[in-house]
Structures are given as structure tokens and as C-alpha cells.
Unconditional design. Structure first.
Lengths: 424, 106
């Protein structure tokens, strides 16, 4: 135990190691059993967290490494193809935006909220966006190379459905527009993550948790059903029902139900315990819309990123490709056809990333508006409108110190008020 | 002394205890007992106070037999002034006054 402790403490930086030893030294004062274990675990966990969060330089280094990896993946490719240059432009633009965004968001949106969920959403979105763009570039590199003749050319034409690999002007403009739209949505997702986790947005922690929870669930279910791109069948070859449509149907139902449920829970959570008023109803609608949008956007990001990464793993590893295709003896031509099919299926993820956020917004907005919209109209309720008499209470907005906007449930605020009262 | 912003309620509790006997060296367990804070809350507060130069932290020179050396804490002069301003009491050693206030809260 002593050796293990010495080794574990050795992992900590010097500045935190002494604090970890201090925690352990005090453990003898605690009653043996759960109290002592709780003291040691709680103290060491807190000190370890400080060691991690204090290392801003380490965080910057992780970002630089991840960004360089993404750029490196996008940079490899035939420089004679416009797809290569498009991918380079997208990745470099994204990296530059991601680099300046924290400072910009601080200026525009105020302090970023602390806590595991807000921080996880920001960091997770960063990682997902970099992985997604790198994976997309890798897949497009495969598709951009057109075999000249022979069986491979035939397979290419059959799989991609493009007998003429030379794109028309209209086709090129369409592809460019879609690429830019995907880029805009992806960067919009990062900006959105900063906004909803900022104090100025007024999005409550509860709303954030609900949106993130439903978004993760939606994305993971979609990924389990369609880890190898999107077709009219489940693309997971290991699912027993992968040849039937109901699984896809289930995933699409979740797409509609997820944001809907998120909106209802977030709106109800906000209204719970507050006196009915126009302002509260209006804020409930807003919280519902935000929760639905987060659920749809995050679901799209999760399934698209995980699916794209699965596909590029299959492209880069024969063993993974064979395992995924359930056929360890693919010929070279079969393998090429399989990889090309995966790349083609991956294109549909682009449709998901473009449509899911909008669906989440619309579904969440519709449900929240249906539930509280009537109460939020100026003519209804107890005020706010021209004939409404005295204005209703204004919902709690975000304080500027980075804490939760919902002061009813903010133990820090309550505690501070208590101690101020007791000390005066 | 101007009031220093950024002290949480838990930090104020710790400061109140430390202010109570400013020349006394406290150890973590005693602070936890007095404030009711758990180790996961107490130690980050102590770390931040020490980083801001408000807290002296030293190792015990003569530990009790059979016990490991403990970390001891007390406010620096700056910490005493800052915490006095934050909790709204004077900088003089106050004996049991602040202690009674903290106790009356619980």
C-alpha cells in the first residue's frame, strides 16, 4: 500500500503532492471505515482535480497536438484535387476559429460556467469537431481518387453511381455549398456550446443537463444502429435485426421524441416552484427550445463523429474492416468496394449534422410553445402586456460570477447569505 | 482594507475559524470539524488561500507518536487583513467572538 501510495503521489506535480500527503496524514483523525475512506477519497479527488485544472498550459498543449493531428490528416492527399484543398481550408479555418473562440466567447458571452457538464460540453465539442473534420477529410481522400480502368473503375462507378467522374459546374457548386454549410453548422455548434455554457445566456444548469443527457442518448442510439454511415437499413452488421428497417425507424423516432421530452422537462423544471406569470412562461418556452436544440445538435455531433471515426478506422485497419464486414477473407476488390461503400454511406452523416439541430430546435420550440406559449402571450397571465396590469416577476438571470442562474437551487448563494447574516 | 471579492460561503467559514485564533496553527481535521466541511471541499479552499498568499502552510515538526506528520495552517498578515475585511470584523485577535458567531449559525 505504501509503495502504491508513493507511486500514485509521484504522478502529481510537486505543488499538489504535499497537499495529497496532508489529506492522508489527517485520515487517522477520522473514525475507521467509511468516514476515513470518504475523507481520503474526497480529499485526494479534489487535490487531483486541482492539479489537472490548474494546468492551463497542458490544456493548450493538448489542443495544439489535436489540431496538428487534424491538420496533418487533412494535408495528406493529392494536391491536384480540389477536394484536398477544400479539406485543408476547412480544417485550418476550424483550428483558427477554435483557437480564438474561448477569448472571443468570454468577451461576447461573459464568464464560462464551471462544472463537469458545461466543461465537458465545451471540451467534448472541441474534440468532436476536430475528429470529425479529420475523418471527413480522410474519407473524401479515398473517394476523390478515381481508378482509371479495369475492375476497380467498374466498382467505383457502381458504388458511387457516377459514371462520369468529372464533376459538372453545377455539381461542383453544389458540393462546395454543402461543404461550407457543414463547416458553418459545425462551427455554429462550437459557438453554441460556448453560449449555452456561459452565464450570460441564462440557460439553467438543469436545462443544460437535460439537453446534454438526451443528446448523448440520441447520438449513441443512432450510432449503435448506424455506425457505418446511414442507409435505409441499420448498418451495424452485429445487430440481430440489422437487415430490417425497424431499428432505423426507432432511431428516427428517438430523434423526434428526444428533443420533445427534453423541451418538456426543461420547461417544467424552470416553471416548477415559480408563480405563474407571463415572464416565467416565456422563460419556460426559451428553456424548452434550448434543451431541444441541444439534444438535436449534440445527438447529430455524437453519431456523426463516432460514425466517421469508425469508418476511418475501418479504412486504416484490415483487421477492423474484416471484423466489421464479418468477412475475414475479402479480396482486394471486395475490400475496395466495401471501403468505398462506407465512404458513400458516410455522406449521409452530413445530412444529419445539417438537419438534426434544426429538427431539435423546431420540435423543442413547438412542444414548449404548445405547453407554455399561451401563458407567455402579453394578453394572458398577470402582466407584461399593455392590459396586463403590474408586470410579473422577472425570471432570475445569470449573475456575473460564473454561478448558476437559478438562485433558488444555488447552495453557494444561499450559504453566503446565511453566513453574512450570521456574522453581522 | 477593501473587501476582496471571490470568497465563497465555504471559504468564509474557513476564514472565520482561522480568524478566530489567528496565531494558532490549525490542522485539516480540526478545520473540517469546526466548519463541517468535507475534505473534498476543504482542501481546495486551503490550496487556493495558500496560493493567494493568505495562508501559511507548514509541516508539523514534532508529530504525535504513531501518527504521520500533519500539515498545519494559519493566516498570514495579509490573510488576516483580507479575511477580516471579508467577514466584516476587526483585525484584532477576537477570542471567542467570531467562534460564537459561527457556532450560532449551526
Amino acid at each position: 500500500v505504501s509503495r502504491l501510495r508513493t507511486w500514485a503521489f509521484g504522478l502529481l506535480p510537486d505543488s499538489e503532492r504535499g497537499w495529497a500527503e496532508a489529506v492522508v496524514a489527517e485520515a487517522a483523525g477520522q473514525a475507521p471505515g467509511r468516514a476515513r475512506l470518504g475523507w481520503v477519497v474526497g480529499g485526494l479527488w479534489a487535490v487531483s482535480r486541482l492539479a489537472v485544472t490548474a494546468r492551463r498550459g497542458a490544456k493548450a498543449a493538448v489542443f495544439v497536438v489535436a489540431a496538428m493531428a487534424a491538420v496533418a490528416v487533412a494535408w495528406t492527399g493529392d494536391p491536384g484535387l480540389y477536394e484536398t484543398w477544400l479539406n485543408r481550408f476547412e480544417v485550418v479555418t476550424t483550428v483558427l476559429v477554435l483557437a480564438v473562440l474561448p477569448a472571443l466567447a468570454h468577451l461576447l458571452f461573459g464568464t464560462a460556467r464551471a462544472g463537469w457538464v458545461p466543461r465537458g460540453l465545451r471540451v467534448g465539442t472541441y474534440g468532436a469537431v476536430l475528429a470529425l473534420l479529420a475523418g471527413k477529410a480522410r474519407i473524401e481522400q479515398l473517394q476523390a481518387v478515381v481508378p482509371v480502368t479495369g475492375s476497380y473503375r467498374h466498382v467505383y462507378e457502381v458504388v458511387t453511381g457516377s459514371p462520369d467522374p468529372e464533376p459538372s459546374v453545377f455539381g461542383t457548386v453544389f458540393v462546395l455549398t454543402m461543404e461550407l454549410a457543414v463547416l458553418a453548422v459545425v462551427l455554429g455548434a462550437v459557438v453554441g456550446a460556448f453560449w449555452v455554457t456561459s452565464t450570460r445566456s441564462g440557460v439553467t444548469t438543469r436545462t443544460l443537463r437535460i439537453g446534454v443527457g438526451f443528446g448523448l442518448a440520441l447520438g449513441l442510439v443512432m450510432f449503435v444502429v448506424a455506425p457505418l454511415g446511414l442507409t435505409d437499413n441499420a448498418t451495424n452488421p452485429w445487430l440481430p435485426g440489422s437487415r430490417i428497417d425497424p431499428l432505423i425507424l426507432l432511431a428516427w423516432i428517438l430523434l423526434l421524441v428526444g428533443p420533445c421530452a427534453a423541451a418538456v422537462l426543461a420547461g417544467r423544471g424552470y416553471a416548477h416552484g415559480r408563480a405563474t406569470s407571463t415572464a416565467v412562461a416565456r422563460e419556460s418556452v426559451r428553456q424548452g427550445v434550448v434543451a431541444g436544440t441541444i439534444a438535436g445538435s449534440l445527438g447529430a455531433l455524437v453519431v456523426t463523429t463516432l460514425g466517421t471515426c469508425t469508418i476511418i478506422t475501418a479504412l486504416g485497419s484490415d483487421a477492423v474492416r474484416d471484423w466489421l464486414s464479418r468477412g475475414p477473407h475479402l479480396t482486394g476488390l471486395d475490400a475496395y468496394a466495401y471501403e468505398l461503400t462506407l465512404g458513400t454511406n458516410a455522406w449521409a452523416y452530413g445530412a444529419l449534422i445539417l438537419t438534426f439541430p434544426a429538427i431539435g430546435f423546431l420540435v423543442g420550440g413547438f412542444v414548449a410553445q404548445s405547453a407554455w406559449g399561451q401563458s407567455s402571450s402579453p394578453a394572458a397571465g398577470d402582466g407584461g402586456g399593455p392590459g396586463g396590469g403590474r408586470a410579473g416577476p422577472v425570471p432570475a438571470r445569470g449573475p456575473t460570477d460564473g454561478r448558476d442562474v437559478d438562485t433558488r437551487h444555488d447552495p453557494t448563494t444561499t450559504g453566503r447569505a446565511t453566513i453574512r447574516q450570521s456574522l453581522t | 482594507v477593501t473587501r476582496r471579492a471571490g470568497f465563497s460561503a465555504q471559504t468564509l467559514e474557513v476564514l472565520a475559524v482561522l480568524c478566530d485564533e489567528p496565531r494558532h496553527w490549525w490542522h485539516g481535521y480540526a478545520l473540517a470539524k469546526r466548519t463541517g466541511l468535507k475534505s473534498g471541499t476543504l482542501y481546495p479552499i486551503l490550496v487556493r488561500l495558500a496560493e493567494r498568499g493568505l495562508l501559511d502552510a507548514v509541516w508539523e515538526v514534532e508529530p504525535e507518536p504513531g501518527r504521520p506528520r500533519r500539515h498545519l495552517y494559519r493566516l498570514t498578515d495579509l490573510g488576516l487583513a483580507e479575511s477580516a475585511a471579508a467577514v466584516g470584523v476587526g483585525t484584532e485577535p477576537r477570542g471567542g467572538a467570531a467562534r460564537n458567531r459561527v457556532r450560532s449559525r449551526s
